[in-house]
Design a protein around this ligand. Structure first.
Ligand SMILES: Nc1ncnc2c1ncn2[C@@H]1O[C@H](COP(=O)(O)OP(=O)(O)OP(=O)(O)O)[C@@H](O)[C@H]1O
Ligand SMILES: [Mg+2]
Ligand SMILES: [Zn+2]
Length: 449
């Protein structure tokens, strides 16, 4: 979708600082367009622009449907678009998100690498739409109770700018359903130990499973192993079930024919050229991994592309063409000065905590098989690394640190303090086959679960 600049009445740009004007001129180098109308070729949200619905939110951003005043000449330019704005802790705070820099990053560093598989994005001026952010915050307050727990009480930051995105939701909602997933690390981390039996993403999910056990989250084996994406080799293994990218879709199927049809459609998303493209780019951008990475400008790009989102529209019946509109979105720049230490310590925790390597979990005196399902594990074979043990122990207040390595006769014991009752419950349920599995989509529909 191409949004061309159009006529608008609000041409007063005196609020833009000379530095920002320079930055906008700089941006236009990456996005040549007709600048005849206002000198910058940037759309303006007119006064009276209001949010109409929260479409979704993440940790750092919120996405809204919006409307411009009826009959405004710019109305047609905003068809099938949504606004993406940055969040803050309290209403009234100014967003620290630098919209101009973020858009330049997208145009210069991200979009050219992804061969056209990006959701269309524009920078828009929100300065004249005075009620936009206050109304977004009123809306967030009104629906606070329906928001995901961890997002409640966060708001949209004051801003003169916003990002305008192509709305990726199906227009004919009866015919298509939207899925979204984060492909994450499509290759093993260059820092993973040589005897790893898990990829970086599976190790990371396994860490959360052990250290922050939670009865309502899916089992690691039900979440995506990114190494299984883009590797259609004709074989069909448990670990490569395409339902791992969209578990909820399995539950939505009303017949076994529809279930197998969904499986086929999801398989085409999992093996879409966009995934192969992303994997190639991830490989080019970071060959050393966070532990050995330099503070190079390529590292934030690598990390951005390990955290972007893939959208796809899945037709509900075989009569329709699909999957449609497979594209990537969410390309926030990560500040390496602030983040490198965090990236390094996360990688060290995964290595030193045994999450890449452990073949067994010891909990309450009994050994369990970790409920993970990784391509690396599959290739290593059943029972690998049985001497590498995660020892889960009860949280003891006052004891510092969560990793206390011990050396048994052979192999290594990695001790972690955690909520042992919850972890035990999950391990037992899994052992008894009561957790269900995404590789058997019928289990997701079992009403007794
Ligand atoms: N172009 C779009 N069209 C429709 N909905 C969208 C679009 N972009 C994002 N969304 C919805 O808004 C949600 C939040 O957006 P986004 O991923 O940009 O936020 P975020 O804070 O960066 O998320 P995260 O914390 O996962 O990185 C998405 O999960 C998606 O459901
Ligand atoms: Mg994000
Ligand atoms: Zn994996």
């Amino acid at each position: 979708m191409a949004l061309t600049n159009g006529h608008h009445d609000e041409c007063d740009d005196s609020w833009i600082s000379p530095q920002d004007l320079e930055r906008l001129k700089d941006i236009s180098r990456y996005e040549p367009r007709d600048t005849a109308v206002d000198g910058q070729g940037i759309l303006t949200l007119p006064p009276g622009t209001l949010p109409t619905r929260l479409v979704g939110e993440g940790a750092a951003n919120a996405v809204f449907e919006f409307s411009v005043p009826q009959g405004h000449p710019s109305q047609g330019l905003f068809k099938r678009t949504v606004l993406r704005v940055a969040k803050v802790k309290r209403p009234g705070e100014h967003a620290s998100f630098d919209y101009i820099a973020q858009h330049k990053y997208f145009l210069r560093d991200i979009r050219p690498r992804l061969g056209g598989y990006t959701v269309h994005q524009e920078l828009v001026k929100a300065h004249h739409a005075k009620q936009l952010v206050p109304e977004m915050n009123e809306m967030l307050k009104r629906i606070d109770g329906q928001r995901r727990k961890k997002f409640r009480g966060s708001f949209v930051g004051n801003t003169d700018w916003a990002l305008l995105l192509e709305d990726v939701r199906p227009q004919e909602s009866d015919d298509y359903v939207l899925i979204e997933f984060k492909p994450k690390w499509l290759l093993q981390s260059p820092n993973a130990p040589p005897n790893a039996i898990r990829c970086r993403q599976c190790a990371s999910v396994f860490r959360t499973f052990v250290t922050k056990p939670d009865l309502s989250s899916p089992l690691p084996s039900q979440t995506l192993c990114p190494l299984t994406l883009g590797r259609s080799d004709g074989g069909h293994y448990d670990f490569s079930s395409p339902f791992r990218i969209a578990p909820a879709l399995a539950a939505q199927a009303t017949s076994s024919a529809q279930l197998s049809y969904f499986e086929h459609a999801l398989d085409r998303v999992a093996n879409h050229p966009v995934i192969r493209k992303l994997r190639t780019v991830q490989a080019e951008l970071d060959k050393h991994g966070p532990l050995r990475a330099e503070l190079s400008p390529l590292l934030p790009q690598a990390m951005t592309l390990r955290d972007c989102t893939c959208f796809a529209q899945i037709p509900l019946s075989p009569g329709r063409k699909g999957p449609a509109n497979v594209a990537l979105c969410d390309f926030d720049w990560k500040n390496p000065e602030r983040k490198l230490e965090h990236w390094r310590s996360r990688e060290s925790q995964l290595i030193n905590g045994g999450f890449y390597t452990a073949g067994r979990i010891l909990c309450n005196g009994k050994y369990y098989t970790p409920p993970t399902l990784c391509l690396v594990e599959h290739e290593a074979g059943k029972g690998s690394n049985s001497g590498e043990v995660i020892h889960a122990v009860r949280e003891a207040s006052g004891e510092a640190g969560d990793i206390l390595p011990k050396k048994p006769d052979s192999g290594t014991m990695y001790t972690h303090q955690t909520d042992i009752e919850i972890l035990l419950q999950r391990l037992e349920r899994n052992e008894q086959g009561r957790e269900g599995s995404v590789t058997d989509p019928n289990s997701l529909k079992d009403p007794t679960r």
